[in-house]
Design a protein around this ligand. Structure first.
Ligand code: HEC
Length: 147
């Protein structure tokens, strides 16, 4: 009897864990973006003031205060959802590739918030542009000229 209740409880728990709650990203999908337009938006929005993008030729500032390189070979390619979140809600998941004092202050990302000025179309295109810049790093894939 007790075991039966425990099993039922476990089953209810797993069912609840599987069904998407109101805050789930399940079903989230933006339209396909245009990487070329995204590249232009990346410069127009001033993303280049803090970021270079692996493999992309951009009009870059003379000097960057913050210099965070995006793209290139990573152990796991950034997902679409992670990239959208990184742009509109940077403090949600602060990059662990840099010392925290370089990228954040009091737990908040040092990336500027552009949600009031960036258009949805620019967001869609910028994410399409960045997605093409990440490549997966596989074991024995060491290339000294393209680290
Ligand atoms: C004032 C400097 C600054 C500007 C301008 C800026 N960022 Fe950032 N960005 C950062 C910092 C600092 C981080 C690392 C902390 C974090 O993860 O939020 C970061 C992180 C990111 C990441 C996540 C990197 C990773 O690998 O986890 C993405 C993607 C990104 N920025 C895209 C953009 C885009 C697109 C724009 C323009 C719309 C932009 N950034 C403008 C400072 C900036």
């Amino acid at each position: 009897m007790v075991i039966g209740k425990l099993m039922l409880g476990t089953a209810v728990f797993w069912l609840a864990a599987c069904s998407p709650g109101p805050k789930s990203s399940h079903g989230f999908r933006l339209p396909d973006g245009d990487p070329e337009a995204g590249k232009a938006a990346f410069t127009a929005l001033g993303c280049v003031n803090c970021h270079a993008v692996e493999g992309a030729e951009l009009d870059e500032p003379e000097e960057r205060g913050i210099d965070i390189r995006l793209g290139g070979k990573v152990h796991r390619v950034r997902t679409y959802g992670e990239l959208v979140t990184a742009v509109v809600h940077p403090s949600h998941d602060i990059s662990e590739d840099y010392p925290s004092e370089v990228v954040s202050s009091d737990g908040e990302s040092l990336m500027v918030n552009m949600n009031g000025s960036m258009t949805v179309q620019q967001l869609i295109d910028v994410v399409a542009f960045l997605q093409g810049a990440y490549r997966e790093y596989l074991p024995n894939d060491y290339d000294p000229y393209f680290p």
